[in-house]
Design a protein around this ligand. Structure first.
Ligand SMILES: Cc1ncc(COP(=O)(O)O)c(C=O)c1O
Length: 419
């Protein structure tokens, strides 16, 4: 049976329950159609989408340029396999090189995939540059508490949240997590067997946490001094979300490896591991004589065509400036609200990556957690998200208009006030 717009929500929910693993806790809503920042469910109810599918719909739903890029490519060829050259991969790699730090790209399918590729490359670097302890290779990777790097075996170890590892012992060795934005803790955790540090330039799942300037520059210095690989996980923050192509550009610091997913495919499954030439060459089969890493569908023509179009549209339509300006507008507005209403404790963010920390203890707070506010907004046709119990997250597409943002914030403010 095919799903059509006439299919009703309950039928979809029932089939999901019968045939799928049920790993995702879901709202009882079945989305069948989208356009820009709007989505419609199976009954035709309209939603204003200020979360864009965990930020992945970076150009909104059904952006005409993405639809055209995907359709044109689908009519040429979908998949040829990585024994052959295909042009769409080169277009995306060139865009990431040009807008990023001059790194070389490996393509895969998700953030976890991209971080796995980064960790394996870092370990190759540890073999190539063994460090101080004779006869031992450097292999350890240090990350931050409250980070999120994925749910595969290595990335769940790097993820600084115990809950994602729960029940998956025995664990992979060589990972540790230290407090975010604490350079001294990071320095202490890096020993003679450490090969890499991975951090999100702004923590996403951790609650939209923005580090001090000295943290990011200090990490670069630390990695330079100890010849370690600095990995910036830009899965959330990449591709214009924070008002720069990549969030580390706010600090003018270059990583050795950057990983991307979510927004880079505009909603299709694309992961990218982008490495500076010094480390990238360790994956180069022409130089090394072996295939150290690969994935069958990585660089799939249709996904690459979409991702290359994402960068073309961001540049053509000046969406970085739009994200920065609209993000400032939204944050200033919520800060004005917070100045008068103690139910909002703090507002954090850059560009269109915005966290609103609620205070469930404040007088008049009808909610105990962000989830209750999110659910109420959803009933009223606004899709936002909650994380870390009390933080609301807004991560709309970069094409959202100021009118749509204000419409969403009007509704959110009313909801927080319990109106
Ligand atoms: C910063 C970061 N890195 C990696 C991942 C994992 O990405 P994926 O879900 O595509 O595997 C996530 C997912 O939320 C993330 O937020």
């Amino acid at each position: 049976m095919t799903t059509t717009q006439a299919t009703k929500t309950q039928e979809i929910i029932d089939r999901e329950a019968a045939y799928m693993t049920g790993n995702y806790p879901r709202y009882p809503i079945a989305i069948v159609r989208g356009r820009g920042a709007k989505m419609w469910d199976a009954e035709g109810k309209e939603y204003l989408d200020l979360f864009a599918g965990f930020g992945a719909g970076v150009l909104g739903h059904c952006h005409p340029d993405l639809v055209k890029a995907v359709t044109d490519q689908a009519n040429l060829i979908w998949h040829a396999g990585n024994l052959l050259y295909t042009e769409p991969q080169t277009h995306l790699a060139e865009a990431i090189f040009k807008h990023g730090f001059g790194g070389r790209s490996f393509f895969c399918h998700s953030g976890a995939d991209a971080n796995e590729a980064a960790f394996k490359l870092a370990r190759l670097y540890g073999k190539a540059k063994p460090g101080k302890i004779k006869g031992k290779f450097r292999y350890k990777i240090v990350s931050a508490i409250n980070s999120f790097h994925g749910r595969s075996f290595a990335t769940m170890m790097a993820t600084g949240q115990e809950k994602v590892r729960h029940n998956f012992e025995p664990f992979l060795a060589g990972f540790s997590n230290v407090p975010y934005n604490d350079l001294e803790a990071m320095k202490k955790a890096c020993d003679d067997e450490t090969i890499a540090v991975i951090v999100e330039p702004i923590q996403g799942e951790g609650g939209i946490n923005i580090p001090d300037d000295a943290y990011i520059t200090g990490l670069r210095k630390l990695c330079d001094e100890r010849d370690m690989v600095l990995i910036f996980d830009e899965v959330w923050t990449g591709c214009g979300r924070t008002g720069k192509y990549f969030a580390h550009q706010h600090w003018d610091v270059k990583p050795d490896i950057m990983t991307l997913a979510k927004g880079v495919g505009g909603g299709l499954a694309v992961g990218v591991m982008c490495a500076g030439p010094r480390v990238a060459e360790l994956y180069d089969s022409r130089k090394q004589g072996i295939v150290a890493h690969a994935t069958t569908l990585g660089g799939n023509c249709v996904s690459m065509a979409a991702a290359a179009a994402v960068f073309r549209v961001i540049e053509r339509d000046n969406l970085l400036a739009h994200a920065a300006k609209l993000g400032n507008h939204a944050m200033e507005r919520v800060r004005r609200f917070a100045a008068k209403d103690p139910r909002v404790k703090a507002v954090r963010g850059k560009g269109l990556f915005i966290g609103i920390e609620l205070n469930p203890q404040a007088p008049g707070a009808w909610f105990k957690s962000a989830t209750e506010v999110v659910n109420k907004c959803l009933d009223r046709g606004l899709l936002i998200n909650g994380t870390q119990n009390t933080v609301l997250r807004l991560a709309p597409s970069l094409v959202v208009t100021q009118a749509e943002m204000d419409q969403g914030l009007d509704l959110l403010e009313r909801t927080i006030r319990g109106e």
